[in-house]
Write a protein that binds this ligand. Sequence first.
Ligand SMILES: [Zn+2]
Length: 366
Amino acid sequence: MSKQKISKEMSIRRAKTMTEVVISLVIVGTCGFFVKNTFSNMKEVTSSSYFDQTDIEVTTPTDNVNIDPNQTIYESHQVDTKDKFRGDLILVNEEHQYFGGDEDLVSITDMNYENERTCFTAVDSTYTILRQVYEPMAQMIQDFYDKYNNDTLIIYGSYRDTEFQQQLYENDLAQNGSDDSTKVAKPGFSEHETGLAFDFSETENYDYTGKGDFEWLNANCFKYGFIVRYTAAKEKITKIQDEPWHFRYVGIPHAYYMDSKDLCLEEYIDIIREHPYDGQHLDFSDNNGNDYEVYFVASDDGAEKTNVPVPTGTRYEISGNNVDGFIVTVYKGQKPVVEEAPTKAFEDAENDTDSEDDSSEDSDDQ
Ligand SMILES: [Zn+2]
């Protein structure tokens, strides 16, 4: 824990303690006042009938306690500092490596079979994706199918382990006779290694353009928690060319906000950092009228644990940003179910024996 951090935490704690002391004094004082007046009242009543009731009305408990009953109350929650590398909002790009392992993956083909979904396919049963990504992805494609009666979509890229990314990278270097690839991310730096991203293809030729009927997917994916991660307009920031086929899961509130403000993930992560816990939180509502509150908590990089303030009695999620801290998402006015994204994604991890031989995937993608 850094010195600055300690003094910050202490000052917060001190302020909190002071508040508690003041409240306690007011309560004790008020009770004392009432007890005192009850006694004096009894005394006065017995001795005189001219006891002046207006004395009591001068001070009421609420006059001195300036607390808004609708105000959110936060409590400290300890998370593993290394969990800043985990969660739905991690930023993985050429500057920020993915430190993964133990991803909770499901086979897309198996899940389609179990759920009797025939509106899309994966290349084969070795194609896996994070468990929490499958359902929103499948639901989005189901809604697309219901609208356009088109069942030709193929998941042509999904989770890749680092060895496979290495293989793709080396193949691309060999093909282009170069020592750097502009098409394939370096091993450890691809979103596909997180299990949060997938690629569409219309046929087996890796040809998804997001045009025609498919335009609906690119325009509506935010409603399911996805962003089109690499667009031509943001190429200077993402350093990756237009990839209309590459979708990345971030969760509904964040996909909604990024879509409505036209932000790429790099920009959004920077904006959230400007909304720290002890500053102005990012408050917004999505197109369904759900209210959210989002704020940033810097990771305590010298310590094993980081204190993350979270709201009491309200559903929230914590995700690392893979750079310097945690992002807390508060689901206001929804049922109080506590979810912790970083650990949830890695609990009940399956042994990943499926992902070794998915080398049939085309390499023209990050
Ligand atoms: Zn991709």
